[in-house]
Ligand binder design. Structure first.
Ligand code: GDP
Ligand code: FE
Ligand code: FE
Length: 195
């Protein structure tokens, strides 16, 4: 796809190379799968294909950075110090968006927010946020029980797919006795819990 230069000053091919240089081959294949799924969802639901491509390609850009770099970025950029109590799983999107902004020159708030929210979701999500959140879950490389069901729902009703993913992710985290990030609970309350 050809980019317009509105959101990033390099071509898609150059962005793909920069992203590839940041991560393992396996994670890079995941990222390309997320872009593919995000483009399909963007087309189906009328989101910007260009923003979907850029956000998908950069959503896990920072995932292989060291903890110390995230901690330094939280302090240096004045992000909520409470973030320091979390780890890579929460940081790579929320804090990673700042690294994407700084290193790739992406300043579009919609794209940066989709990166920030891609792991936890949020009570308030734009169409692009939902496209990236769901694409990350259903990309062709994912294989977990019920991924086929998630894929089917994603192309029927995007909000239902947000709900399905949130419910199953939270249930998986509870089963592992993982610490639940408050935003994950907010997402659950907004998109899953019965009113
Ligand atoms: P990935 O980066 O493509 O692997 O996918 P995500 O960014 O969606 O998720 C990264 C990891 O964070 C996964 O292992 C999720 O299960 C985990 N995760 C999502 N929400 C939470 C949360 O509230 N708490 C914790 N501890 N982990 C979470
Ligand atoms: Fe991620
Ligand atoms: Fe991902």
């Amino acid at each position: 796809m050809d980019y317009s230069e509105k959101y990033i000053d390099i071509s898609r091919e150059e962005l793909v190379s920069k992203v590839q240089a940041q991560m393992s081959e396996k994670r890079f294949r995941h990222v390309l799968g997320v872009e593919q799924a995000a483009l399909q969802l963007a087309e189906k639901y009328g989101a910007s294909m260009e923003k979907a491509s850029i956000a998908a390609l950069t959503h896990d850009y920072a995932k292989e950075r060291k903890d110390a770099e995230f901690q330094e970025t939280i302090r240096h950029d004045g992000l909520d110090p409470e973030l320091l109590n979390w780890g890579n799983e929460i940081w790579h999107g929320i804090v990673g968006a700042n690294l994407v902004q700084r290193e790739l020159g992406i300043t579009d708030e919609e794209i940066l927010q989709a990166i920030r929210l891609h792991t936890t979701g949020a009570a308030e999500m734009t169409l692009l946020d939902k496209v990236i959140y769901v694409a990350d879950y259903i990309e062709p490389g994912r294989s977990f029980p019920k991924v086929e069901e998630a894929r089917k729902i994603a192309f029927e009703d995007l909000d239902m797919a947000v709900s399905y993913e949130t419910k199953h992710t939270l249930s998986y985290l509870v089963k592992k006795e993982a610490t639940i990030y408050p935003k994950t609970i907010e997402t659950y309350n907004r998109w899953v819990a019965k009113k």
